[in-house]
Design a protein around this ligand. Sequence first.
Ligand code: HPA
Length: 271
Amino acid sequence: MLETIRQTAGFIRQEVGGDMPETAVILGTGLGDLVNKIDIKKELAYKDIPNFPVSTVEGHSGKLIFGTLGGKYIMAMQGRFHYYEGYDMKQVTFPVRVMKELGVKTLFVSNAAGGMNKEFQVGDVMIITDHINLFPENPLRGRNDDKLGPRFPSMTEAYSRSLIALAESIGKEEKIRLMRGVYVGTPGPTFETPAEYEYFRIIGGDAVGMSTVPEVIVANHAGMKVFGVSVITDLGGKDITDVPSHEEVQKAAVKAQPVMTKLITEMLGCI
Ligand code: HPA
């Protein structure tokens, strides 16, 4: 795998030129607006990057962007690879391996998620404090390459406490309503039954989605610092009869984007 990672990283280095960013951002469903704030130096379509899977889902345009945001040089993934699309866990997390090889030390991840926490409202932004992996697999299953990370990585601080503290201080200063909670990662593509939302709440989840957990596991394996945010696009539970749809999720995500963009931009200025 290391050879493939190096080949892809080499291609990107050659195409983009210059120093590589130490910070990367993965943008989730309906959250691509942040890209409009980036002073773009170079864009690479996933389909043109060797060994990169190609994103298929509606609402994901699929490119890797290099540029400046909040005064910091970053790389941003507009669109990610989801397990439900049929990619395996190694493909889903391949871009994170490439980021590490390029020198990325801090990873920001965003996603759209359904809220189970009864305090949450549609449009809320939740800082991810921890996660529960309910994917049927772990991306680290299989022979471990010690050059990529340890066999049994710790996940006690999967989401950096210092970055969470920074987000909360920015939220306070900017008077942004910021929730915090545990993200439950599921394979999808079905949204949850009312009983499943209830179950995820009972086991300690605040929000549920179909992404993020694989990338965060690999980022931790690779020794990166991670910050995650969920935009709450719908609410689920045993008394909630709303039917979430992809369109509704996208619409709610688009509406909440400015808050998320502001938070991430300000954080980039501080790290
Ligand atoms: N469940 C799972 N994934 C989601 C949801 C949800 O309710 N909303 C957005 N992504």
